[in-house]
Design a protein around this ligand. Structure first.
Ligand code: K7E
Ligand code: CUA
Length: 628
């Protein structure tokens, strides 16, 4: 890095300054902290402090759990903030070779068998009184129109729901107040409704819907028929209202058609009114689906009993609620403006106190080119990502409101270069009433020259910015595999995962019930049960051995291997890997996991432990004998 600096090949001054800082840390790492990469944090010590003043000393923990969507990897990731170290990957919609997600019976019960990929854009956590309760994370699958829930006690996906009648779930947001009872999910692409092969050439039959799920069961409670498409989604801090951005109010099919209007809109939803309509039977159903669908169209009249359509320039994208509970900021994307809507004026509109939907807007500051998403520090400042300018702009909400009223006031506080083409940005705890304004991440779509080149495909660049002072300071470059769209930084004390599985965990309860029906005690038995051509192989694992060093089956048998890890030690995971049968899965401490396959090849096949667990880990193996 220093060499490149010396050669003078770096043009951007911000970048040069940053490279100088990291080079200093790199040198420090070589001296005392080898192999740990860039270490930055909030507790600088003399021993491990970079020239930018931040470090997470070796052996110390991060202050925040970062929940990152994994984009078209289909997963969710946990990063530590501010070190930006990747801590864990949570398989959600994807097949995961390491843990056997998508192969074990337990994961298949969650995942189903339709798809092995997905596209997660947004991660949000369940709330109580406007902050996180540590129970669940939710994420969307744009690719296959699903939403998923992740249990934060074990950091595993436990529910996946396919949303009918729509295509491409994009924005999702949980109820924030008083607690998360519903999760909203926005369908992005408009498509024929019902989509049964008729009306394919008649765009007037193309629609999309908002869906409300019960956050406990993840079942869909109702859907709402809207005008236009929907992009991002936000809930308010009363539980009463939510909103979505729309970039295709034209309902166009082609790029040119989608760009027709000078204004699209943000649509706001009156949740109690929709639920009252459902209770009163004021709904239809579509095709085979039994889900109540309430009609929330009416953009031409500004809205309906259930919806308010606020015109916003042009193809707006992000929609974000301020932590003071008062405003929601809609980012203009193709307009250099962001529009600030006051929630109480949304309430006024539904109560007939104002008639022009645009009167809900209290500010429309010009912030720069390509505003995509906005985040907040809890001190009255907002930060908007500028995709085209490759900048983060910090601006003051109150000053923008004064300027909108005609006062001469400069609401822009600072513009900071990021590298390059930023999408989402997110400040620590910013989606809660406890926004603390310490860190901001800029999730940049292009990394270009920031890392050693690794072929035509480049990583994204997730940059960490210190926002605790008056000026934003860029402190870290973080390459990520494609493609995080969004992230959350959650105070560490709010997340309390367990270290060892509980034996009565519902995640493997069905497998436990199957063993009980076979008369097997999973905590001690090693047994092969034959049931016609179905064979169930039950074994324990205690480092460094499996409870069975071999088992016999017959060619053509359907074999289910069930492994229960009896080790009592934190961080002692085993794996069951069956050679040339493509089977491999995780069994962490006190977990039961199983996989089912057909014994379709005769002979001897070794199984081995795939998680290095013991000095005799290599010896932790056994043989499956398949009789011809
Ligand atoms: Cu802006 Cu899908 Cu939230 Cu990507 S979305 S950036
Ligand atoms: Cu058990 Cu390696």
């Amino acid at each position: 890095m220093t060499k490149k600096n010396d050669q003078g090949t770096i043009e951007n001054p911000q970048r040069r300054q940053f490279l100088g800082a990291t080079a200093a840390i790199g040198a420090l790492g070589a001296a005392g902290a080898s192999g740990t990469g860039l270490l930055m944090g909030s507790r600088p010590t003399a021993a491990a402090q970079g020239s930018n003043g931040y470090s997470v000393p070796l052996g110390e923990l991060d202050d925040y759990y970062g929940f990152w969507s994994g984009g078209h990897s289909g997963e969710v990731r946990i990063l530590g903030v501010p070190s930006m170290r990747e801590i864990m990957r949570i398989a959600v919609f994807n097949f995961d070779s390491a843990t056997g997600w998508g192969q074990t019976n337990e994961s298949k019960r969650v995942l189903g068998s339709d798809f092995i990929n997905g596209d997660t854009h947004h991660v949000h956590l369940s709330y109580v009184n406007g902050t996180y309760d540590g129970r669940f994370a939710f994420t969307n699958d744009k690719l296959n129109t699903r939403v998923a829930r992740i249990r934060l006690d074990v950091m595993k996906t436990d529910k996946i729901t396919h949303i009918p009648n729509v295509q491409a779930i994009h924005g999702i947001n949980p109820q924030r107040w008083p607690r998360t009872e519903y999760l909203l999910a926005a369908g992005e692409m408009i498509a024929p409704l019902p989509n049964d092969g008729r009306h394919m050439d008649e765009p007037e039959h193309y629609w999309t819907l908002l869906s409300s799920l019960d956050a406990e069961t993840m079942e869909i409670r109702w859907q709402l028929w809207v005008d236009g498409n929907m992009d991002n989604l936000v809930t308010d801090y009363t539980g009463k209202y939510a909103g979505a951005s729309c970039y295709n109010s034209e309902r166009g099919m082609t790029l040119a058609e989608k760009m027709g209007s000078e204004r699209d809109w943000a649509v706001f939803f009156n949740i109690p009114a929709i639920e009252a309509a459902v209770a009163a039977g004021d709904y239809t159903t579509i095709g085979d689906s039994r889900i109540p669908v309430v009609d929330g169209r009416g953009a031409d009249n500004g809205g309906s009993k259930y919806t308010l359509y606020v015109p916003i320039p042009r193809s707006p994208h992000g929609i974000n609620a301020t932590p003071d509970k008062k405003y929601v900021v809609v980012s203009g994307k193709l307009s250099p403006t962001v529009s600030v809507v006051e929630w109480s004026k949304v309430d006024d509109w539904f109560n007939g106190k104002i008639s022009d939907p645009r009167d809900t807007i209290v500010a429309e500051p010009e912030v720069g080119l390509g505003p995509l998403h906005t985040t907040f520090d809890g001190r009255g400042d907002a930060y908007t990502s500028l995709f085209l300018d490759s900048q983060v702009v910090k601006w003051n909400i109150d000053d923008a409101i004064r300027a909108y009223k005609g006062e001469q006031v400069n609401y822009i506080r600072q513009k900071l270069d990021v590298h390059y083409q930023v999408g989402h940005i997110m400040a620590s705890m910013c989606e809660t009433v406890e926004a603390d304004g310490r860190w901001l991440v800029s999730l940049n779509k292009f990394s270009k020259d920031r890392f050693i080149p690794a072929g035509p495909l480049r990583p994204e660049n997730d940059q960490l910015i210190d926002i605790s002072g008056a000026q934003m300071k860029l402190v870290h470059d973080g390459p990520t595999y494609p493609e995080p769209h969004d992230s959350l930084m959650v105070r560490r004390d709010l997340i309390n995962p367990i270290a060892i599985w509980k034996r009565d965990d519902p995640f493997f309860a069905e497998t436990v019930a199957m063993a009980r029906a076979d008369g097997v005690n999973l905590e001690q038995d090693n047994k092969v049960i034959r049931d016609g051509n179905k064979v169930r192989v039950y074994m324990t694992s205690v480092a460094p051995s499996f409870g069975l060093d071999h088992f016999r089956v017959k060619l053509g048998d359907e074999v289910t291997v069930v492994v229960t890890n009896l080790d009592n030690i934190e961080d002692l995971s085993h794996g069951f890997a069956l050679v040339n049968y493509g089977v491999n899965f995780e069994i962490s401490a006190h977990q039961t996991a199983s996989a089912t396959f057909i014994a379709d090849k005769p002979g001897v096949y070794w199984y081995y432990c795939s998680w290095f667990c013991h000095a005799l880990h290599m010896e932790m193996a056994g043989r499956m004998m398949v009789e011809a």
